[in-house]
Write a protein of this length. Structure first.
Lengths: 295, 380, 239, 234, 317
């Protein structure tokens, strides 16, 4: 009995912390896909590039990953801006049968980023081991990983900041306005190409932040991004497009479902449980979690 | 079939050079090249007036691409024989096509049991053991040392993971060992704790795990975080013997044992030289995948030099007659236990201590004594 | 007997009651106008009849058949066509194809549909635009296109939501003429319009609503002179 | 203030405007009339930079704005309330209004302007926290106008502001536009409500088939036979 | 009516039939077969996603189920995997029913991501139901025929059937309805179109032919495992790439895209070493940036402007 409760408690703790990690990675996606409505299959690749930046900082210059994050974010911001300005913006301006042709462009970008990184760094698995990588807190027999807790807190902080940014600042509002009606935004004096550029940049920077926080406890190789792209999509949609808190909660829902699935069904089915959960939410809450929270 | 062009003996080598398996493809390609240069210096790459030429093809880790690569090498480039094959999936497809195209194929890594169980006489596997046989030496140690009452099995749900855990499971059942936990997982997870917490409550004497490189270190790190003590944790090669495992897992890697096909300090001649030379040349440590490629190159050169003629059947029978000593031990292609052209593998049990991989079994070749049962986390 | 009858229909959006226990009956062959201030629930009434969303309470009868539980596409099938206040053209299809998409409701044959579309396009004076993509049309033309598209489904009852908006007085006359001609083919019409000149000239009867409730009902002249209608809708200028 | 000189505009390969020339003086209320599809909206879009002109030039306050991007034109004080409202449907009414006042001056007065607009359109205040997409057609029209006014424009361009409004509001909105104009804002308006517009405006241009057909004071045009016939149906 | 289009079709068909006679090298014939497989999946995807506008990110589910139908027949019943050509499409349609029932309740990106999730669920199920599917070990069969030419003509037959059925659907009432749904679902409903029914009418043939391609793939490549045939990136997303490169909602677009995808990919792979995927990625970016509607899509526009012909069904070549 006792044992069963510990198992359950451990599972829930893990689920929530894992969910925090997922939210962190999905947060940039919330901005790019949720708000800007650009389906970005290169998201995971951006996370990966961000991780490499932090990795270089850590191994070549001995910079702690949590500080390296503040280098990776501007670098990725810049990269994101370039991608949007010179590539995606071109497509936004033409009328195509399926707006999803952006998807294709981001597939191309994903291939280029992944293989470009491979050219420089080879495919080797790399990791940054810090003194706190394995730090653990204990509540009774239940263990809590410190880096995951930090990741969780930062995820929630970023969610809060992003939410405030989008709803309270003029720049944030301009971003949403541009996504909803580009021409009307221009009429209001919004430089919409610049706005989309900044948004993609911010999204990429947030992706980098997610990667940076993951690096101390995970590992790195050129294809690591694939692990996150689909998951970020699912979380963003689950939250309801455009909802920052929705996405954060969506991350937790997926994390918890997977964790409970892993403990009580089988680890092999944990992703199935997450996906089934996703579909159920969509069917019964067609607007995603957002229809409950409402921005 | 495999005709030969006039001025070169072409050997097609199919490896994953892009995609998520490229790391191993790169290591194997480097090792092929290294062995080739050594052989060249010895004059063993020229057969009569013909030079052996290695032609690499990227399979991107996808079997339809592997099929294209095979088709191209055989039909367009007219290679004399094929080698390579990293993932079981690609190796399966290359082997099937090679057999259909009557072209000899010497496998480097692909380890699915089935490949050499089809009766394909053009397919040879020397340096790679069938997945279910990685545990050879370990069973010996189990009988003499570990003697577990109950075991837990965890494995990645890939071909290698499923095949090798199946072999282990059947062996356990045969010996009446109780399997208290038996679960597959999808590789690339961030969090294994729910599974581990579940596993802990079954309290096994020993854990047998088959994992991809980094999952391996995630698992042992999280066991440490959970203070999960077990008398012995045994990995099944793959992730548990690679340098990256220690780099990522750090102290959590201590006392983790693993089955292995090769270690740098194994007593076969040339093994440690290969290891040192590779490290010097490419700036990083190779593992058994590199050794497999290196040894395979030697087998190829040996067979081609012995072949009566360089036709497909000529090379086939030369391969069949192989009896050579390599850094992975002796290699011969024999038919046994349902296998065709399958070398009987040499396997070892290794254990990590302070970031060093020591051979602990078989006792004749050990480089250090085994530690069993391993100390509790709280006592380290 | 009325062709369409609404009995106490109500629609709530969250806390807002957009249409509140409204009842009315439309006679066969008439042009029935609905007026009311902005946001009074006119479009919502159309959406309820055409079942674009489920109604909260009440009953709707069409030719004595209860229809408020039918799926939206069935509503069209039984003979109720509609246009949208915020136009919804099939953007990348030509005018001809838009109308054909409507015509296919009654035929499977492509050349038949094409022939019918041609007829209707001609009837609606859209010949000049037949092979233009709908997305290039100015809004008033898109509205006329919506009428044509709806006509192609051979409706018995046609719901027109502000199809004259954005037309100058001269053009409205042409539109009125079109609506009259449609009626003359035997189609009953419910029309929403803010241009009083159109409403007065064309409707047989007018229903005025405010806050989703009836405030007046009757002959155009009566409704226009109704004090509450003047206060809430027309303004003193019309008094 | 605004001078449009000999502009040609085309959509891809279909030319819509030919040699259109007109001007709007400081403080004026100018109307642009024309039949359906005459090119009125196109003209306005060309001024506000949404469409590129093929030929000719547009000057505002002595500055050539022909090649400027749309947002820069808005920055100069030309605010366009477009045809079909073009609100930001998933933002609240309030946020839509705030989007109107992004420039420093307008932003400084944001609260006051908004208060004024709420006085003019009480329904907007009532619905200020509702998403714009859930407003009725007429309510959306009010919001679009309000959003334009939030920018404190120098030149206000209105494309059919009375579209879809109840008669009582049409009267009200015209009065408000007149008032805005009296306060010194220059207005360029496209309207199909020809009579009322001609009564209110200082001058009007008539666009036919993409060409300026005639121009004159409101009064003059109201009495023009051709106008009567073609637009008023009298 | 022997217009330009029919003429082009006849020329295409003749060339396709004659190709293996012209190109004798088995390697090139192999490439052609891969092109045919991808053209089939692309054409099938195009029906649902290009014409009806329901962008699917989960077509790997149909492909995988088709392939496994063939594989499982051999594995469990020792039947020839060729029977998969009959069973695969049926099974793909069977799973399309619940997939449609779930996903068609959603619109736009919600729909797309629901299909992605459903596709992944199938992959994970096939991976984990080891008793039934052999799990990650996959299924290996012995090829029944060795001649490439036989495979080529069988594949060509499948592709021709797919193209023909798609063409007939698109140029019938159903086609008009599908495009209407894509352009505006509310408007379509107001015209009496039962949208869910018609979406299913696009989904079922789309699943059928994708399943058929899957079964054929199993027969040709002789080995499958869940990570390959249910792969999100390599199947579900690559089919989007194929169609978009070629031209969405055009008859020949998917085939052109498939040829480009396979031939370019193979050309780069064999000449550029480990930079091959990188260069391919750059090419994809360039094509879509400069031809945003794909090759056939842009050709169509060019044609319309120069010839001023009255437009056919929008988007159709
Ligand atoms: N989908 C919706 N969600 C929430 N509220 C809605 C929705 N649709 C309409 N409303 C509200 O219902 C009320 C009635 O709207 P409706 O569109 O029926 O008005 P209307 O009479 O057609 O006005 P107008 O003349 O301006 O078109 C309005 O207050 C509107 O804000
Ligand atoms: N996006 C477009 N593509 C192609 N042609 C267009 C496009 N937009 C407008 N046109 C054409 O340009 C011409 C002028 O259109 P415009 O919208 O300027 O007319 P308008 O005078 O504003 O008419 P309305 O009173 O109907 O609003 C019309 O013939 C129209 O069909
Ligand atoms: Mg309305
Ligand atoms: Mg206009």
């Amino acid at each position: 009995m006792e044992d069963a409760w510990i198992k359950f408690g451990q599972t829930v703790i893990c689920g929530i912390l894992l969910g925090g990690m997922y939210s962190l990675i999905a947060i940039g996606m919330t901005l790019i896909m949720g708000v800007m409505k650009i389906v970005n299959l290169a998201h995971g690749a951006l996370v990966m590039v961000g991780m490499y930046v932090v990795y270089i900082c850590a191994t070549n210059y001995g910079i702690d990953p949590y500080i390296g994050m503040f280098i990776a974010m501007p670098v990725l911001f810049f990269l994101g801006c370039l991608i949007q300005k010179y590539m995606i913006n071109r497509l936004v301006e033409v009328d195509s049968i399926l707006p999803e042709n952006q998807v294709l462009l981001t597939v191309g970008i994903m291939l280029v980023l992944t293989e470009g990184i491979r050219l420089f760094f080879k495919s080797d698995y790399r990791s940054v081991v810090t003194s706190y990588s394995s730090d653990t807190l204990y509540i009774g027999a239940m263990s809590i990983s410190v880096p995951l807790v930090i990741g969780f807190i930062i995820a929630m902080a970023f969610t809060f900041l992003l939410h405030m940014f989008l709803t309270k600042s003029d720049l944030g509002k301009s971003i949403r306005a541009t996504a909803q009606d580009r021409d009307a935004a221009i009429f209001m004096g919004v430089n919409s190409s610049k706005i989309t550029m900044i948004t993609f940049g911010l999204g990429a920077a947030l992706a980098a932040a997610g990667g940076s926080l993951l690096l101390p406890l995970f590992y790195l190789f050129p294809d690591v991004g694939h692990l996150f792209t689909a998951k970020s999509f699912i979380i963003t949609i689950l939250g309801g497009l455009g909802s920052t808190w929705g996405a954060a909660i969506g991350g937790l829902v997926i994390g918890l479902s997977e964790s409970l699935g892993a403990t009580y069904i089988s680890m092999g089915y944990k992703d199935v449980v997450g996906l089934v959960m996703f579909i159920l939410v969509l069917l019964f809450l067609p607007g995603g979690i957002r229809s409950l929270v409402k921005r | 079939g495999g005709g030969v062009s006039s001025d070169a003996v072409k050997v097609g080598v199919i490896l994953p050079l892009t995609g998520s398996e490229a790391m191993f493809g790169e290591m194997e390609k480097n090792s092929f090249d290294m062995a080739y240069e050594e052989l060249k210096a010895e004059g063993k790459t020229t057969i009569g007036d013909k030079e052996i030429v290695l032609m690499y093809e990227d399979d991107q880790g996808r079997q339809d691409v592997a099929r294209s690569a095979t088709e191209k090498l055989v039909n367009q480039d007219k290679v004399a024989m094929l080698s390579g094959g990293y993932s079981s999936a690609c190796t399966n497809v290359i082997a099937g096509s090679a057999q259909t195209l009557n072209t000899p194929f010497l496998i480097v890594t692909g380890s699915s049991d089935d490949i050499t169980k089809q009766g394909w006489d053009f397919v040879f596997r020397g340096t790679a053991a069938p997945a279910s046989m990685y545990t050879g030496a370990f069973w010996d140690m189990m009988e003499k040392v570990v003697k577990p009452q109950s075991v837990a099995i965890i494995f990645e749900n890939t071909d290698f993971g499923t095949s090798s855990s199946k072999g282990f499971r059947e062996e356990c059942q045969k010996r009446g060992i109780n399997i208290v936990f038996d679960q597959a997982y999808e590789h690339g997870a961030i969090d294994f704790k729910p599974m581990l917490a579940n596993l802990r409550s079954t309290n096994p004497d020993m854990i047998f795990a088959t994992s991809y490189v980094m999952d391996a270190s995630m698992i042992v790190k999280q066991m440490k975080e959970l203070n999960f003590d077990t008398k012995l944790f045994v990995g099944n090669g793959a992730g548990y013997t690679m340098p990256e495992f220690y780099q990522n897992a750090g102290a959590a890697s201590d006392f983790v044992a693993s089955t292995s096909l090769w270690v740098p300090n194994v007593s076969w001649q040339g093994a440690s030289e290969y290891y040192e030379k590779y490290k010097q040349k490419y700036g990083k440590e190779p593992d058994y995948h590199g050794a497999q490629a290196y040894a395979t190159m030697y087998v190829i050169a040996d067979a081609l030099n012995r072949a009566e003629d360089l036709s497909n059947t000529g090379i086939q029978s030369a391969l069949k007659d192989t009896d050579i000593q390599t850094i992975m031990g002796p290699i011969k292609f024999v038919d046994w236990a349902g296998f065709t052209n399958q070398n009987e593998p040499n396997t070892y049990v290794v254990q990590w201590t302070d970031g060093k991989l020591e051979v602990i079994w078989p006792e004749e070749v050990k480089s250090a004594d085994y530690v069993y049962p391993v100390p509790k986390w709280s006592e380290r | 007997m009325g062709i369409l009858e609404a009995r106490g229909i109500t629609k709530r959006f969250g806390g807002l009651t957009a249409v509140n226990e409204l009842s009315f009956a439309v006679d066969k062959g008439e042009i029935f106008g609905i007026i009311g201030p902005n946001g009074s629930g006119k479009t919502t009434v159309f959406n309820m009849i055409s079942r674009f969303f489920p109604i909260t309470a009440g009953e709707i009868y069409f030719n004595d058949r209860r229809i408020d539980a039918l799926p939206a596409h069935e509503i069209c099938k039984i003979g109720i066509g509609r246009t949208f206040q915020v136009v919804k053209p099939l953007r990348r299809m030509t005018v001809q194809e838009n109308v054909m998409a409507g015509a296919f409701l009654r035929t499977r044959n492509i050349s038949k549909a094409r022939r019918k579309a041609k007829e209707i396009i001609n009837f609606c004076n859209l010949d000049d635009y037949r092979s233009r993509a709908a997305m290039g049309l100015p809004i008033p033309l898109r509205k006329r296109l919506e009428i044509a598209r709806a006509l192609a489904t051979e409706p018995v009852l046609l719901l027109l939501d502000e199809t004259c908006a954005g037309l100058n007085p001269k053009e409205s006359e042409a539109a009125i003429d079109l609506i009259r001609r449609i009626r003359d083919t035997g189609v009953t019409i419910i029309i929403i319009e803010h241009i009083m000149k159109v409403m007065m000239g064309i409707s047989d009867r007018i229903l005025a609503i405010n806050f989703g409730k009836e405030i007046a009902m009757g002959k155009p002249q009566e409704v226009a002179n109704h004090p509450e209608v003047i206060k809430a809708y027309l303004g003193e200028a019309y008094a | 203030m605004l001078r449009v000189t000999n502009i040609d505009v085309a959509y891809k390969d279909v030319q819509v405007l030919w040699d259109v020339t007109f001007e709007v003086n400081q403080g004026e209320f100018v109307a642009l009339l024309g039949a359906n599809g005459a090119g009125k909206t196109t003209t306005l879009n060309a001024i506000s930079g949404l469409l590129k002109v093929k030929k000719g030039s547009i000057e505002f306050l002595g500055k050539d704005i022909t090649q400027l991007p749309g947002y820069k034109i808005a920055e100069l004080g030309i605010i366009h309330v477009p045809e079909g409202r073009r609100l930001f449907p998933e933002m609240t009414v309030r946020e839509n209004l705030e989007m109107g006042s992004l420039f420093p001056e307008a932003k400084a007065k944001r609260k006051d302007t908004m208060k004024k607009i709420f006085e003019q359109f009480p329904i907007l205040e009532e619905k200020q926290y509702k998403e714009a997409g859930t407003l009725s057609g007429g309510q959306q029209q009010m919001l679009a106008l309000g959003r334009g006014l939030m920018a404190l424009p120098k030149l206000l361009i209105l494309d059919e502001p009375s579209l879809g409004l109840a008669p009582v509001l049409v009267t009200q909105i015209f009065e408000q536009i007149k008032e805005i104009n009296n306060e010194g804002v220059t207005v360029l308006q496209v309207e199909q409500n020809v009579v009322q517009t001609l009564k209110m405006c200082h001058r009007a241009y008539v666009l036919e088939n993409g060409k300026i057909y005639t121009q004159g004071t409101g009064e003059k045009l109201l009495n023009d036979e051709h106008i009567k016939q073609a637009y008023l149906g009298i | 009516m022997l217009n330009k289009n029919t003429l082009m079709t006849i020329v295409f068909a003749l060339v396709a039939v004659a190709l293996p006679v012209i190109i004798k090298a088995p390697y090139q014939q192999h490439i052609l077969i891969l092109v045919i497989i991808w053209a089939t999946i692309g054409t099938a995807w195009n029906l649902l996603s290009g014409y009806a506008g329901q962008v699917s990110f989960g077509h790997a589910a149909f492909f995988g189920v088709g392939a496994y139908s063939a594989g499982l027949l051999t594995l469990h019943y020792g039947l020839s995997p060729w029977w998969g050509l009959a069973l695969g499409p049926v099974m793909a349609m069977l799973i399309a029913l619940p997939i449609g029932a779930i996903a068609f309740r959603l619109r736009g990106p919600y729909f797309a991501l629901a299909t992605l999730a459903l596709g992944e669920i199938f992959r994970l199920m096939f991976l984990n139901m080891t008793g039934f599917t052999n799990g990650a070990k996959g299924i290996l069969i012995m090829p029944a025929i060795t001649s490439k030419i036989a495979y080529y003509y069988i594949g060509l037959g499948i592709l021709a059937a797919t193209l023909l059925v798609t063409y007939l659907i698109v140029h019938s009432k159903i086609g008009y309805y599908l495009v209407s749904i894509r352009e505006d679902q509310d408007a379509a409903t107001s015209l009496g179109i039962p949208t869910t029914f018609y979406k299913n009418l696009a989904l079922l043939p789309s699943a059928l032919f994708t399943g058929l391609a899957g079964a054929f793939y199993m027969n040709y490549v002789t080995f499958i495992d869940p990570d390959i045939v249910f792969n999100l990136t390599d199947i579900s997303i690559m089919v989007i790439l194929v169609v978009m490169l070629g031209g969405v909602a055009t008859t020949w677009g998917p085939t052109i895209g498939a040829a480009l995808y396979i031939i370019m990919g193979e050309l780069f792979r064999t000449t550029l070493g480990s930079a091959n995927v990188l260069v391919f990625g750059v090419l994809v970016c360039l094509i879509i940036m400069f031809l945003p509607n794909g090759i056939a899509g842009e050709l169509d526009i060019i044609k319309r402007i120069t010839q001023r012909k009255k437009a056919g069904l929008s988007g159709g070549v």
